[in-house]
Design a binder for this molecule. Structure first.
Ligand code: HPA
Length: 262
């Protein structure tokens, strides 16, 4: 069973570094997901393109619960997710990686919990550290070792999309402390914690956000930056995968039972 999964966002559709790949359909109570299983460095890895293999599913229609439930079903305990993001922060420039550590949720009515009462009960999950601190350390070490431009820590603002933001919204997000903006981070990170799976995001800055960028925004610009950065993204992911130790005893893995007393 694969211990580690990569969720590929915009521009990351292809598990081409994995050997002996096989696509498997996984059914869950929330719907189905198609996951590619493969090997890298002696480890079994799962790969899931968030928007479908041909980017056919927009951010607000991704079945996040099916994706996360499917990864849980096949035994995944650590997820590294990629995300194309716009930047609100002059210090976070296009072409740079950011390993985000907090989020602001501006999505609207997405299915963002596995626990809807009834037999599953009601759960109020702790998100003091929403992104796995142990995975973030590994990502930061990997970027350093590979000489890739990266910042450790940043506030990710998740919008509903699929439209880009107005400059007024971007100014508001800046005042609220946001650094980056994207459309897919929520509810993925929340569901991962409810599933007790360690989860970290590799955000790749593709553009300055609306009103900060000189001209208009386009999805093509985002995809083009992701294409140019594709090799760096793959190198970073694969270095991190080698360093993720399956036997870590991270607090993310006990999220439902609360803090374990020393
Ligand atoms: N806004 C929202 N999502 C994005 C952006 C942006 O500017 N760039 C890449 N994903």
């Amino acid at each position: 069973m694969p211990d580690i999964a990569i969720i590929g966002g915009t521009g990351v559709y292809d598990p081409d570094l994995l050997t002996e790949t096989a696509e498997v359909p996984v059914e869950t109570p929330f719907g189905g997901a198609r996951i590619t299983l493969g090997g890298y460095g002696g480890k079994e890895i799962a790969f899931l393109p968030r928007h479908g293999a041909a980017h056919s599913v927009p951010p607000h229609l991704v079945n996040y619960r099916a994706n996360l439930a499917a990864l849980k079903t096949i035994g995944v305990r650590s997820i590294v997710a990629t995300a194309a993001v716009g930047s609100l922060n002059a210090a976070m420039k296009p072409g740079e990686f950011v390993f985000v550590d907090q989020f602001l949720d501006f999505t609207k009515g997405r299915k963002d919990t596995f626990f809807e009462g009834g037999p599953e009960g009601v759960v109020h999950i702790d998100l003091t550290e929403p992104y796995c601190p142990e995975l973030r350390v590994i990502l930061a070490r990997a970027a350093l070792a590979l000489g890739l431009p990266a910042k450790d820590g940043g506030v990710y603002v998740c919008t509903e999309g699929p439209r880009f933001e107005t400059p007024a919204e971007i100014r508001m997000f800046q005042r609220l402390g946001g650094d980056l903006v994207g459309m897919t981070g929520i509810p993925e990170v929340v569901l991962a914690r409810e599933a007790e799976i360690c989860y970290a995001t590799v955000a790749m800055v593709t553009n300055f956000a609306a009103g900060i960028a000189a001209g208009r925004l386009s999805h093509q610009e985002v995809v083009e930056t992701m294409r140019v950065q594709g090799e760096n993204i793959r190198r970073l992911l694969m270095q991190a995968v080698l360093w993720i130790d399956g036997d870590r005893q991270c607090a993310c893995r006990h999220a439902l039972s609360g803090p374990v007393e020393a």
